[in-house]
Design a protein around this ligand. Structure first.
Ligand code: 9WN
Length: 445
């Protein structure tokens, strides 16, 4: 496929991105980073495929279809599908033991939770690069599994038919240590963590963790929080990953605003895919889809969107980037869009480098710590897409070019970037940064 015409220095950056993707390619899946994340992640593969389509459309389609190997009989597509590798991952199959509960479609090992449903978006983007007959073939292979996944989201995770699906672990949100989730998660910390915290000895746990060998611990979530997330996995395992049982445990349950916003967009794409192959979305699912569009309004107060505690129905009033994703969903009433775009463009969120994951004046803001402040390329991509569909073209273009600039200035494909000085953090060979850079440089809409 021809390389789009970009200036020489950007062409070199694109080459770096391509080599990162090649280096992380494991055949028909791409790992998010060489040592930190050596398996396949659901939403990572989607963002990766959106970039890969410019290099090799077939390969991009394979990346998406390979997610179906992990599908559970109940329809869930898991957040991680474990690759056959001896590379160490801190939350590997032994922590989940899902093989005791179920088998997967492809006989692969997986985690017992899901991740933001970006599959339909990726599929449609790939489809734009295909001839109509190739696209039809791709969609026909994907559709049955994708449909069952969307049905599972509602049947399992919206048991009271409210229109909003609930998440059972912050890993499902993809924003592991975002303050909203940490606030609701910390009260269920294991006893040891609570005692150490009282003695102010969180650091004592650092020696026990194994996820911070590639990346300094202060760029990831705290050890106390990590051990709490492990505890929640243990609870989920005991509840057989079944929502009816999970409901009866101490596991925090959140109607996550970003996840539901992504679901809304995914539902639209799923409907378009169905129409193209002459399938009919079952009426029950179509009704749930409509309900989500309406129900997300319940999460807004004075134009600001929050996640909600499923059990208590209270809004988790922490302003984060998650609350901007209704723009991507296209559900912000037109009369509120400018206000939201203004908030987003204020120095609280939008430094020169893209959108901070937590506003810089928030007490929990840390510029280089994971989802507690840094700019993430996938978030910039989603928000720019939303701004564009609302016709805010200048804002979308600015955000896209800032994103390219911050990656260019770092010279590497970092996992995330400080909103204060644009310095890169986390893994420096991160696949979705590479893939989305390639997509941004292609200028495709
Ligand atoms: C847990 C792979 C994933 C991303 C998430 C990101 C991080 C995993 C971890 O890495 O989470 O799923 O081990 O920290 O938060 O968004 O999908 O890149």
């Amino acid at each position: 496929m021809s390389v789009p015409s970009v200036p020489a220095e950007l062409a070199k950056l694109r080459e770096t991105a391509v080599s990162v993707l090649r280096g992380n390619d494991l055949g028909d899946i791409t790992r998010p980073s060489p040592t930190l994340y050596p398996h396949q992640w659901l939403w990572d593969s989607c963002f990766i495929a959106i970039g890969l389509r410019h290099l090799d459309t077939e390969r991009a389609a394979a990346e998406i279809l390979s997610l179906l190997r992990g599908q559970w009989p109940n329809g869930m597509i898991p957040h991680v599908i474990f690759a056959e590798t001896t590379d160490f991952y801190h939350a590997g199959p032994q922590r989940w033991r899902c093989d005791r509960v179920t088998a997967t479609a492809g006989g692969v090992q997986s985690t017992g939770v899901t991740q933001p449903p970006m599959i339909a978006e990726a599929a449609v983007r790939i489809g734009t690069m295909m001839s109509s007959s190739a696209r039809g073939g791709f969609y026909r292979r994907l559709y049955p599994g994708l449909l069952r996944f969307h049905q599972w989201l509602y049947d399992e995770r919206d048991p009271d038919d409210e229109g909003l699906v609930s998440l059972v672990h912050s890993w499902e949100s993809g924003m592991d240590n975002t303050p909203t989730w940490m606030e609701i998660t910390r009260p269920v910390a294991p006893l040891g963590v609570r005692v150490l915290r009282r003695l102010n000895g969180d650091d004592a746990l650092d020696a026990l963790r194994r996820d911070s060998k590639e990346v300094p611990p202060d760029e990831r979530l705290t050890s106390g929080d990590l051990f709490t997330l492990y505890r929640i996995v243990r609870e989920l395992r005991r509840a057989h990953y079944n929502f009816r049982e999970i409901r009866r445990t101490i596991v925090p349950l959140v109607q996550d605003v970003a996840f539901n916003a992504i679901l809304i967009r995914a539902n639209e794409h799923l409907t378009a895919i169905a129409a193209e192959i002459g399938a009919v979305v079952p009426a029950r699912l179509a009704r749930s889809m409509r309900r989500t569009r309406e129900a997300i309004a319940e999460l807004a107060v004075d134009g600001v969107y929050y996640s909600r505690d499923f059990r208590t129905r209270t809004l988790l009033r922490h302003e984060t980037i998650a609350g901007l994703l209704p723009l991507y969903a296209g559900v912000v009433p037109e009369e509120n869009v400018d206000e939201m775009a203004k908030r987003l463009a204020s120095p609280r969120y939008w430094s020169r480098f893209g959108v901070a994951s937590v506003p810089v004046d928030d007490p929990s803001f840390l510029p280089r710590c994971y989802w507690q402040g840094p700019v993430w390329v996938n978030m910039n991509w989603l928000i720019a897409d939303g701004l564009e569909r609302y016709g805010r073209l200048d804002a979308a273009d600015n955000l896209r070019s800032n994103t390219i600039d911050v990656i260019a200035a770092s010279g590497a494909m970092y996992e995330y970037y400080s909103p204060l000085d644009g310095s890169g953090a986390g893994s420096n060979r991160f696949s979705w940064t590479a893939a989305l850079l390639i997509d941004l440089l292609a200028g495709n809409r």
